[in-house]
Ligand binder design. Structure first.
Ligand code: SF4
Ligand code: SF4
Length: 232
């Protein structure tokens, strides 16, 4: 490839963000989630929204039982700040979908979140990954603590708390069902095909990543600069 075409290629958006990509003939068609399949995107959104709503319900019941509200307040505020501001910066700004036109994310997962940051073609660095893991663990696992605490409190103080106790037990069962469904959608499918390759959860094989990078020189250069090795 000539240096002139390299410069031109480096100015091009990645093939997920471009309108003119020849996806029909691409060898990676089907290997990656490159398009927004509305059915799948809705599945993800329903799982995500139900997960958060049931978590909130658990914190409301445990708040009513125990009489504390810090869990609910910290959970709701962290979820909002994470999805609206921090995750788009730490994780999404490195994703090929982030380079699409528009002021909001147009992808299969956090559709509609505001794009407050610039696109970063290179991979996520260690600090971003660690912060994302801490935040992700909090918003996904903290509801389990709220549930266990509320249920233990209920069984130690059954008298006068039957309605609230039954409420937290039902919410927990529903939460566990949704958590199973959501992790199947994510870990069982999406993480194996997601184009945000440097996410800590990503399971796309290295050869597929390399083929994608070959198609997208701007991204490839940024990845190599960050220490990625193209050779097997
Ligand atoms: S890798 Fe790029 S060109 Fe290939 S199917 Fe995905 S978006 Fe289309
Ligand atoms: S696919 Fe995932 S990482 Fe990429 S922009 Fe959407 S939410 Fe962010």
């Amino acid at each position: 490839m000539s240096s002139t075409s390299e410069i031109t290629d480096n100015n091009l958006k990645n093939c997920i963000a471009r309108e003119d990509s020849n996806c029909i003939e691409c060898e990676l068609n089907g290997e990656l989630i490159c398009f927004v399949d509305k059915k799948f995107a809705n599945k993800f959104s329903i799982g995500n929204i139900l997960y958060r709503l049931l978590a909130i319900e658990i914190f409301i019941f445990s708040g009513l039982l125990i009489g504390h509200w810090w869990m609910l307040i910290s959970y709701v505020s962290t979820v909002l700040i994470t999805f609206l501001i921090i995750e788009p910066r730490l994780l999404c700004s490195h994703c090929p979908f982030y380079e699409r036109e528009g002021k909001c994310l147009k992808c299969w997962a956090l559709r509609g979140m505001p794009k407050l940051w610039r696109y970063r073609p290179g991979p996520i660095n260690r600090t971003e990954k660690t912060l994302m893991l801490i935040l992700g663990s909090f918003i996904d696992l903290f509801p389990f603590l709220g549930s266990i605490w509320g249920i233990v409190y209920f069984f130690m103080n059954i008298e006068g708390n039957i309605v609230l106790g039954v409420g937290i037990l039902i919410s927990t069962v529903l939460f566990l069902i949704v958590a199973g469904y959501f992790s199947k959608v994510l870990l069982g499918f999406a993480c194996k095909k997601c184009a945000n390759f440097s996410c800590a959860m990503n399971k796309v094989p290295k050869e597929v990543i390399n083929k994608f990078l070959e198609k997208n020189p701007k991204m490839k250069n940024a990845w190599i600069k960050s220490g990625w090795k193209i050779e097997e």
